[in-house]
Design a protein around this ligand. Sequence first.
Ligand code: DSN
Length: 441
Amino acid sequence: MPGMNNPFTTDSEVSELIRQENQRQRDGLVLIPSENYASQAVLEALGSPLNNKYAEGYPGKRYYSGNEFVDQVETLAQDRAKNLFGVPYVNVQPYSGSPANLAVYSALLEPGETFMGLDLLSGGHLTHGWKASFTSKVWNSIPYHVLADGSTDFEEMRKLVLEHKPKLIWCGGTALPRTVEFEKFAEIADEVGAYLVADISHIAGLIVTGEHPSPVPFAHIITTTTHKTLRGPRGAMIMVTEKGLSKDPELGEKIDKAIIPGLQGGPHMNAVAAIAVALHEAAQPEFKDYAKNIVNNAKVLAQALTKHGFELVSGGTDNHLILIDLTPTGVGRGTFLHLALEACGIYANKNTVPGDKSTPFYPSGLRLGTPAITTRGMGEVEMKKIARWIKQVADHIQAAQLPDNIVARLKALNEFKDSLKDKFYSDIKAEVKKLCDGFPV
Ligand code: DSN
């Protein structure tokens, strides 16, 4: 079967690009906290003939024929998710996280109704109501924020909730280094009878292993992608809890209808099968060790970075993710550091920090995480090495500052990109590759 190790031969151009991307993933340090290495079994399910099947509808109720086996695949994925998360209802068909979140809006709100979500600049997701997202154009978005130390500003949030009486409140985000306090969110949401929806995309793998508290007793609905700490294929799930069903016994059917015929056509049955495989893997005892190691590695990396003088949002981490605030060395420097690290084969991403004085395109922070390098088996020694490289690179680019003027910014960025051809970067890249060779994917 064609896979990452045996690219197909009928299209040499695409096949060669896949080979090169595979090599990049092996030779570099993937520190982007939302990326991971899915298992060969997951990749094979994705590349299987299930790709060829149309299965609009749900098991036992499809619009096309020939569903004997895909029905069983989808039921298996549903049952595994229900058991692993402890929920009575799940939909495994969303194409990815954004469509899953859109389906929740469409199941719960009429256009124009009010909802709340964490502001993007505070670490929320685009679909939690960012001004450029479709979600804030169709529904009325009221953002809440985090404080300078990275914790949720519950005082502000409660005030806004009581004032605007949102019908839906999102909790969770994409750049939160600390534990999400689901119980506190639930207390406030319950005061106004709002639906609490937990987006656990980043931490799903930590939740199923007990490394992060579960939102199940507190939220009505839970959405998650399946490719981050859960280490499955790109895809998503929407779950309804017992609490959700007691609020509205038809919530499950409403979500199902929001997905199809509301938003999507045929589910990607190859992805549904790969989700089933990933859920099976996540239920194994080894996955518990994996999740524990993710968190331990993140803590060690955070401590090492702090020792090197970096300022971390919230001062550290409780999970898989670290957010470095580069503001003390200049506003908007995340872009420069992320590019310089990329030149060394170290992949992290530029990110806004709470109260960022810059923009999402030129943010002042760097977001990094340990799920992918932990999959490779790296541990404390490697975390310390990685922290040293990040320090070396940050010191090397100290002079790079973001000009205020937009035209000057582009010029500065282009000059900076040119400077990355320097031997300083290729030397570190060679050392990074040497380390990676010791931890095969
Ligand atoms: N793009 C994802 C992340 O990196 O966190 C969220 O959708």
